[in-house]
Design a protein around this ligand. Structure first.
Ligand code: ADP
Ligand code: MG
Ligand code: ZN
Length: 625
């Protein structure tokens, strides 16, 4: 990077200017120092007596007398040039004439045209060639350059520093949704974008503007990139793909111009998809005045935001982005009108893993009696990429063992190779942990379901989540709720404690898994007392103030220390009461708890309907006996 102090949108131009200046300086040095030095190398230094001897022998063809040196050439070999220091020799010229020597230019024989060619034209051509090679290399590294190739369009000079975004021409081989196994939720959410891209006019006619951007969020290797390509494949539109890191490269100011170029290309090819992979590299939060602030990145991000705003909805360009670190993204990126749609692409559950294994098994020769279910169960917590890798490793193993197709054992063996290799990176739960998490999550759900006022459970899963939670119980309130009654809030607290209760009840020991539940339960209980005035003892007195509503800031107590102590005691009491209530509920439904937990342990995901079906089913001992 060049330490340029100026910053501005035309930084790229300045950059070019600096490069041009450097080239000119190099050429000047070449002309003034290097070329004369090379010329001098052909001249032999001789002493004056040799010179005199050569005069006497009439061997000198041409002589040139300067103030410092006498240059002369040899008659027998005119290509030889000699030089000797000028002496105070008054008669020299006469003697030279007598010896039949010419006077003329011995050195510096090159004509102006020649020196111009060697001193300027050739080096310039040379630099230009380097420049071309470099830019071609850069383009290649960006993995692009069909279409807007180096020698097409505005010529090589013009295309240097273009976005290098790949343009996928719709083809029969392109990826379709069926190539993305599992991920039904994500596919469903993304379906609307496909419909829109197929016929943007239909939407424009009715005046609806489609979302401009969607953000695919999920752990590495879950198929985010794959899904984005599938959208393009399904909609049969061009696909511009670029990785976030490619924006931050080589030259200062290049990133912003790449963004500009990418979007202008996209606009020309609408309807189309622009896909920015790993957007967190440029989309990190811009923090004010931090030491680590990166102006280049910030400029690129600003340009991206500007371009997204400048896009009108009806143009038929959809911007997809993928990241596995949504938490570090700049909030401005997630604002409505930008990446306001978030599409979670989570690790696959059992069904998903089986499907993914099957998709990839199609690419290898595989024995008919392979039990994909068993393999998927063993590879709990593996991502799509890992599963693809498992199949490939199995094929490699089959070759090593001299077999013509893959068998069950190959797959089983490769799970260990792949998962062990990845263990540090992704988390795979042990069986015991899985069981504990299953009971914990069912504990939440059961307590929620048994309390009449709690919202029904929609989905429970024990697949480790991006957030780091080991499992979760998704509860969706029926319709939007702005008002919550005291009972509802208390039930909610009971639900939060339900996870820990189940652990206590079943394992008689507790784990760290409830930390977040405890925090939420405590916060809710505190809010009930200090903000909502729901405690008989304190009544309708606001005991706390909220520091910053927009930033979701914390509340701070605004009361006397004695009152604060009292509040703390009440919080403890409220949570304790609800904990006891949850314990009671679970104790009363112990058989259902076991049944549901076993189901969840085996299936890893359970929907609300499945849950309710099991819950409402007659107990087994009544049915069977
Ligand atoms: P991400 O972008 O989320 O890190 P990728 O889309 O690059 O993951 O996935 C890497 C590879 O893993 C894909 O090329 C594909 O072979 C495999 N893969 C991941 N998820 C799936 C899936 N749901 N179905 C089929 N293959 C998958
Ligand atoms: Mg990716
Ligand atoms: Zn919990």
């Amino acid at each position: 990077m060049f330490p340029l102090n100026e910053k501005g949108p035309d930084q790229g131009k300045r950059q070019m200017f600096v490069y041009a200046a450097i080239v000119i300086i190099v050429i000047l040095l070449l002309n003034m120092v290097v070329i004369p030095a090379i010329a001098r190398r052909n001249i032999q230094d001789v002493d004056y007596s040799t010179f005199l001897k050569m005069i006497n022998q009439k061997e000198i063809a041409t002589a040139q007398i300067n103030s410092d040196y006498i240059y002369f050439s040899d008659k027998s070999n005119p290509a030889n040039y000699y030089r000797t220091a000028t002496f105070n020799d008054a008669d020299l010229v006469n003697r030279l004439m007598a010896s039949g020597c010419d006077f003329g230019t011995v050195v510096n024989k090159t004509s102006f045209l020649e020196s111009f060619f060697f001193g300027w034209v050739l080096p310039l051509l040379f630099f230009y060639a380097i420049f071309l090679l470099l830019s071609r290399y850069v383009m290649k590294r960006m993995g692009g350059g069909e279409g807007g190739g180096l020698f097409g369009g505005g010529g090589p000079m013009m295309s240097f520093g273009k976005s290098g975004a790949k343009k996928y021409v719709p083809s029969t081989t392109s990826i379709k949704f069926k190539d993305v196994a599992g991920e039904e939720e994500a596919k469903q959410l993304i379906q609307e974008l496909v419909l829109y891209l197929r016929d943007p006019k239909k939407y424009a006619d009715i005046g609806a503007s489609c979302p401009k951007g969607a953000l695919l969020v999920g752990p590495p290797g879950t198929g985010k990139t794959l899904l984005a390509k599938a959208v393009a494949g399904e909609a049969e539109v061009p696909f511009f793909s670029i990785a976030g890191s490619e924006f931050v490269e080589m030259f200062v100011g290049m990133g912003a111009s790449k963004v500009r170029d990418l979007f202008s290309q996209a606009e020309k090819n609408a309807p189309c998809i622009v896909f920015i992979d790993e957007i967190d590299t440029i989309g990190k939060k811009r923090d004010a005045g931090a030491l680590t602030s990166n102006d280049e990145r910030e400029q690129t991000l600003n340009q991206l935001l500007t371009e997204m705003d400048g896009f009108e909805g009806g143009k038929g360009v959809i911007i997809l982005a993928a990241t596995n670190r949504p938490d570090v993204l700049d909030p401005a990126l997630l604002r409505p009108g930008r990446f306001d749609r978030r599409i979670p692409v989570e690790l696959p559950d059992l069904e998903g893993r089986i499907d993914i294994l099957k998709v990839h098994a199609k690419k290898v020769k595989i024995s008919d009696n392979v039990d994909f279910g068993a393999i998927a169960r063993t590879a709990a917590g593996a991502s799509g990429a890992e599963l693809a890798n498992i199949v490939n490793e199995a094929a490699l193993r089959a070759v090593r063992e001299g077999r013509k197709f893959v068998i069950q054992e190959d797959l089983m063996e490769s799970i260990e190779v792949v998962i062990a290799g990845y263990q540090k990176k992704s988390r795979v739960l042990s069986d015991k942990e899985k069981l504990v998490v299953a009971y914990h999550e069912i504990g939440h759900a059961l307590v929620a379901a048994k309390q009449s006022n709690s919202a029904p459970v929609q989905k429970i899963t024990i697949i480790p989540r991006t957030s780091g939670a080991l499992g979760y119980t998704l509860q969706v309130d029926e319709g939007d709720k702005y008002l919550m009654s005291k009972e509802e809030l208390l039930n909610k607290i009971a639900t939060f404690t339900g996870g820990r209760c189940a652990e206590e009840l079943v394992f008689s020991s507790i784990t760290t898994g409830a930390a977040n539940d405890i925090e939420q339960a405590t916060r809710l209980a505190r809010a009930m007392i200090t903000q909502y005035g729901m405690d008989e003892e304190f009544g309708m007195v606001a005991l706390s103030t909220q520091s910053n509503v927009y930033l979701g800031g914390d509340t701070s107590l605004a009361c006397a220390p004695e009152t604060a102590k009292q509040v703390d005691d009440t919080v403890v009491r409220v949570v304790q009461q609800q904990h006891d209530k949850a314990m009671q509920i679970l104790n009363d439904n112990k058989s259902k708890l076991h049944e549901l937990a076993k189901y969840l342990y085996e299936h890893e995901t359970i929907t609300g309907e499945e849950f309710m079906a099991i819950l409402e089913k007659e107990p087994e001992y009544l049915v069977e006996k």
